[in-house]
Write a protein that binds this ligand. Structure first.
Ligand code: SF4
Length: 72
């Protein structure tokens, strides 16, 4: 399976309350910076898929969206 376009992660800043659960679930994708901002990688690899989905499910504010699929 090759990664071409791949899924995209986005975070709704209006909803995000910086709880950091996403970083705990998927530290390769999400990072809470010292300045209190959330950084994240919008393009994920196949290895990141499960942790990113777990992060989206565990976000208390349901602020994380993952759209798209991996090409076969
Ligand atoms: S878990 Fe949700 S609310 Fe918390 S920092 Fe991540 S995106 Fe924001």
């Amino acid at each position: 399976m090759k990664l071409r376009k791949g899924p995209r992660v986005s975070v709704d800043n209006e909803r995000c309350e910086l709880f950091g659960t996403c970083q705990w679930e998927a530290p390769e994708v999400f990072e809470l910076e010292r300045n209190g901002r959330l950084r994240y990688r919008p393009r994920i690899t196949e290895e990141d898929w499960e942790p990113a989905v777990a992060a989206a499910r565990s976000c208390p504010m349901q602020a994380i969206q993952i759209k798209g699929v991996f090409d076969e």
